[in-house]
Design a binder for this molecule. Structure first.
Ligand SMILES: [Zn+2]
Ligand SMILES: [Zn+2]
Length: 566
């Protein structure tokens, strides 16, 4: 029992913790634990990824470090998925094998997970149970009820978790939208009923906690897009988040209303459209042409829906911008619409694509020019309404950076929560018995998908790569005889290091001089100590380059001892 807190009957406690998602927007992994400290049962909600920053060179995707729950995997009752965004399900296929627990999700989320699982010949066999919208299931000591909300993907569900200690509500990602274009509007009656039942704690989306007012409806965006496409004089290319099926629907409808034909470019969009048709979010009759047909269509009769709203260099929009797309090309007077928001960190990549289009005279419309995108997360007005319906005793802000979590916690108290607890990844909060507070800490961290492998952050290759990207590398290779005589001339390779110093002396000479001087300074008989020679050369080269350049490169000394032939 940490820090002498009270516990319930038999030492039972209800705890909450994140292995990702608290203090960042992305990589959501939440854990609920019930039972005595040494025998808790766990429920996991979501298992997502995040995207690497510029300080993580070469990493494809960032995955959460699950070592805490892997250590307790026999006590993990199941994984419940709130919706199919990558920051909530993106790590399932890579990391489920280390957990081996049952998975529960609604049909669209199951469809997306399976479709991704089938890609690239991967096929992890996972026990997935499909739960209907609004469905209710038992997962270990937790009774889990899916509650329909609105967001920017089909079937976002809040999770009502009934435990012997009380009722919790985990919102997942949500907003209020009475006219979400596809799917049901949020289940207000159910939310109010939960409030009447009495909510012990609500873990709630903080993404837009710093923004006042309410978010516009997806239907408002549809109307605005229809007008823009109808007025466009020539070709239109439009990009959006591939998983936003409502937006795809809006674009298809606007295309048809303008008497144009829809062309779809990009694997991610084709995959989502397929799953959306299978699960009934797009009609069976949903028609579009393959990108190859684009050149055949008159310039005022086509709309190309493209992947790549975040400036991804291999996606369709980036290739169109560079005029490298095999089928789709735009030129002066055509229109490109970014029906999306630029996720922080992607600004430069998106600007590159937009500049590529602008250079060729293509007109641009982004979310700063017109209502071509809405957020999928609640602003303060929607948050306040949710707090009014649920009236949780404890508020735990989630899905946010520190500033979002703090802003949300302050608001939650002003809206009647008795306690608002701001916690970060790895901090275990006791929700019951009273009072709520941090009682323990678990190890957390980041892993990387790096090509076909998963590698650690700490002491892994990404860290080494980051260092190389700043200072380059110097490799010195040489051979010594058993007696310590230098055989032949040392070889030097420099990569990512300036060619010459200020006075024009080549850096290679600087290195060779340092090697030479060091070898001379070591008495003959001590030169047979290979470690000593290697270390001395290493130190001398690093410091000589530092003197010439003002930076210390990565230095590798390859030393071979050649056996003398008798
Ligand atoms: Zn989401
Ligand atoms: Zn999210």
């Amino acid at each position: 029992m940490g820090r002498g807190q009270k516990s319930g009957r038999g030492g039972d406690e209800l705890v909450f913790m994140a292995l990702g998602g608290l203090g960042e927007i992305g990589m959501n992994v939440y854990l609920y634990g019930f039972g005595p400290e040494n025998a808790r049962r766990w429920l996991m909600v979501d298992l997502g990824i995040t995207f690497p920053g510029e300080h993580e060179p070469g990493a494809d995707v960032v995955l959460p470090d699950l070592r805490f729950i892997v250590g307790e995997k026999s006590a993990l009752s199941g994984l419940v998925l709130t919706h199919a965004h990558e920051d909530h399900i993106g790590a399932v296929i890579d990391l489920w094998p280390s957990l081996q627990c049952p998975i529960y999700a609604t049909p669209f989320t199951v469809g997306m997970l399976k479709s991704k699982n089938g890609e690239f010949g991967r096929n992890v066999r996972m026990p997935i149970t499909q739960v209907p919208l609004g469905g209710r299931i038992d997962v270990g000591p937790f009774n889990v009820e899916f509650v329909t909300l609105a967001h920017s993907i089909p079937e976002p569900s809040g999770i009502a978790i009934r435990t012997p200690a009380g009722l919790l509500f985990h919102t997942g990602d949500w907003k209020l939208d009475a006219t979400p274009l596809i799917g049901d509007s949020p289940d207000e009656a159910k939310l109010k009923a939960l409030g009447k039942e009495g909510v012990l704690a609500m873990m709630c989306d903080s993404t837009n906690a710093m923004r006042e007012g309410r978010s516009p409806s997806e239907t408002d965006v549809a109307r605005s897009l229809a007008k823009i496409i109808d007025n466009a004089p020539r070709r239109v290319a439009i990009t959006t988040f591939a998983s936003n099926v409502a937006r795809i629907r809006a674009i298809a409808d606007a295309t048809q209303a303008a008497g144009r034909t829809l062309v779809v470019a990009g694997r991610a969009l084709n995959r989502v459209i397929q799953v959306a048709i299978e699960t009934g979010y797009l009609p069976e009759s949903f028609t579009y042409l393959d990108q190859q047909r684009f050149p055949d269509l008159p310039s005022d009769k086509v709309v190309a829906l493209c992947t790549g709203s975040q400036g991804e260099p291999r996606a369709a929009m980036a290739r169109v911008a560079e005029d490298e797309h095999p089928d789709i090309s735009l030129d002066s007077g055509d229109l490109a619409i970014f029906s999306s928001r630029t996720i922080p960190g992607n600004e430069r990549a998106v600007a590159k694509v937009q500049n590529g289009l602008a250079r060729r005279g293509v007109d641009l419309i982004t979310d700063t020019d017109a209502l071509v995108h809405v957020t999928g997360h609640p602003r303060q007005g929607e948050l306040q309404e949710m707090y009014g319906w649920l009236q949780p005793r404890i508020a735990v802000p989630m899905h946010g950076e520190a500033r979002h979590l703090n802003a949300h916690a302050r608001l939650a108290k002003s809206w009647g929560a008795q306690q608002a607890v701001t916690v970060f990844n790895g901090e275990m909060v006791k929700l019951w018995p009273d009072p709520a507070g941090i009682i323990d800490e678990a190890p957390v961290g980041r892993l990387y998908r790096d090509g076909k492998l998963i590698v650690p952050d700490i002491e892994g290759p990404i860290k080494a790569r980051r260092k190389l990207s700043f200072v380059g590398i110097v490799v010195v290779a040489m051979a010594l005889s058993r007696r310590g005589d230098v055989l032949g001339a040392p070889e030097v390779v420099l990569d990512g290091v300036p060619l010459a110093d200020e006075d024009g002396e080549s850096m290679k000479e600087v290195v060779l001089d340092a090697v030479d001087g060091t070898l001379r300074s070591i008495p003959n008989k001590r030169r047979s100590d290979v470690e000593l020679v290697r270390d001395a050369v290493h130190r001398a080269v690093r410091s000589a380059v530092n003197e010439a350049w003002g930076k210390k490169p990565v230095v590798k000394v390859l030393l071979t001892v050649v056996e003398a032939r008798s």
